[in-house]
Ligand binder design. Structure first.
Ligand SMILES: [Zn+2]
Length: 254
């Protein structure tokens, strides 16, 4: 589970009868807009895994009061309402309890290293292989090529084998590719192995039937794997396994 980069102090500084918490997290203010008596800005929450989420905040700006944001470098606000971009790194922000709820929502579930979903053997989840599929056989004709531009194929064999898979796996990976793109802007789903014709896996591996894939995010960032595993589950993949620190293994039923 990825925590918000936050340390919560329990001293309340309530206004009215609401109890509010002071929460410290890494934020950068990316956009500042001045309007009479108050200003709005976007707060970037930076999570441990490097992903970010924008929150809109509105603060009262009174001549004799500090705003609710402690800044190391004060934001430049021009009276003529022109905007000066300000980028601030480590700040203290006092969150209202409603904002804390929003922060809670920002916590996104992740798989842990070694976790299997569902937590049963792969054979139980997706069924054993009948036999290894060889190129040029009638069984090979049942495999399809995945040419999705939103997926990066490692293809270290140079044979295109990593693109070969069952229709079901192709459909599921395509759903996952969309989720990865939405979750990690500018990044793609990366497939390092799918169908295997070179006996690189253990005997009876589901890879030999084109029903399994090994995946990462295109930037190969290991910190994204836990979240990738969760997205694979969300995509409806039948069995998801955070196999080691360098990849997620997924497989589907026949
Ligand atoms: Zn695998």
């Amino acid at each position: 589970m990825s925590e918000c980069k936050a340390s919560v102090k329990m001293d309340s500084f309530g206004t009215n009868d609401n109890v509010n918490w002071e929460i410290i997290f890494k934020v950068s203010v990316t956009h500042v807009k001045y309007s009479t008596g108050s200003f709005e800005f976007d707060v970037m929450i930076v999570r441990d895994d490097g992903t970010t989420q924008k929150l809109r905040r509105r603060e009262d700006w009174l001549a004799n009061n500090q705003p609710n944001v402690e800044v190391k470098h004060y934001i430049q606000l021009n009276r003529d309402e022109s905007i000066e971009e300000a980028k601030i790194d480590e700040k203290t922000i006092k969150c209202t309890s409603r904002e804390l709820e929003e922060l809670e929502k920002l916590k996104k579930p992740e798989l842990k290293l070694g976790e299997k979903v569902p937590n049963i053997s792969e054979v139980k989840a997706v069924g054993a292989i009948k036999s290894k599929i060889e190129r040029g056989t009638p069984e090979f004709k049942s495999l399809v090529k995945n040419n999705n531009h939103d997926i990066v194929f490692k293809d270290e064999e140079g044979t295109g084998a990593d693109r070969m898979m069952t229709v079901k796996l192709k459909n599921k990976l395509n759903i996952l590719a969309k989720k990865v793109k939405a979750e990690f802007p500018g990044k793609k789903l990366r497939v390092t192995e799918a169908w295997d014709e070179n006996n690189e896996h253990r005997p009876k591996s589901i890879h030999y039937e084109g029903r399994a894939a090994d995946i990462t995010v295109s930037d190969k960032d290991k910190k994204k794997l836990g979240r990738l595993g969760q997205l694979a589950m969300d995509a409806g993949i039948d069995w998801v396994y955070y196999e080691d620190s360098s990849h997620i293994h997924v497989s589907v039923k026949k």
